[in-house]
Design a protein. Structure first.
Lengths: 138, 138
């Protein structure tokens, strides 16, 4: 997939996008809520099967995910000084994990809420589209 | 606005959110394209009136903005080591700037495309909702 046919950024191959996803700890989840886009940062892990797992409390993100809504997940690394960086966008249907065996496994993942708030729900995004782009330093 | 009534993060006041927006150079624009959320990083400036201005080529972002669509714009600063950070979310209707006088002024803003690609269009987001949250370091 090409993000945008009119840019001249370097596309990042899918296998490298997946490697980059595994390399970072915080991404941004975009959902559609009442027809409007929302985007919020979350810490996450990449599961063995390549899916993205994050935790959430009940709320907007949860509501959007509970019905297997389309979700976009973005990670990036930006070098402001050099006007360079890369970003990866993963898109797919989100799923709130409810299977007890699977939940027990999720709770053993290194996925600790950063806030003091409980984040009891685990959401999985198995991306069907992953794309990335890079602006190399000059 | 409260992001999510179930978290116990510190809310950031609107005036501080605006100050934080002025402090960073790259944010992420979320749009709805064919019913699906998309989120892409962009460099941007905050104009004198507090609106967020970024450049784009024709493509998904442009298409979503040209019809004054709802847009979400997120900035954050994340401290992975301390599991801390802040994020600001600005939401509003995007507008592609077409007025020649306004465009001439936009071209004098310190808003240079990072890629080699031309980004001829200027998009303005005048947020009607700005909210932020912070997870302080331990």
């Amino acid at each position: 997939m090409v993000y945008d046919g009119h840019t001249m950024m370097d596309a990042i191959e899918r296998h490298e996008c997946v490697a980059l996803l595994r390399h970072v700890h915080v991404g941004r989840v975009a959902v559609v809520s009442e027809g409007e886009p929302l985007v919020l940062p979350v810490n996450f892990v990449v599961d063995d099967d390549g899916s993205i797992v994050f935790r959430t409390a009940e709320g907007t993100k949860f509501d959007a995910c509970v019905n297997r809504a389309r979700v976009a997940f973005e990670v990036d690394q930006i070098d402001v000084r050099n006007h360079a960086g890369w970003s990866v966008l993963a898109r797919g249907n989100a799923e709130v994990i409810t299977d007890p065996t699977e939940l027990a496994r999720m709770r053993r993942l290194p996925l600790i809420p950063w806030s003091r708030a409980p984040k009891p729900h685990f959401v999985r995004l198995a991306p069907d589209v992953i794309s990335g782009r890079r602006i190399p330093p000059p």
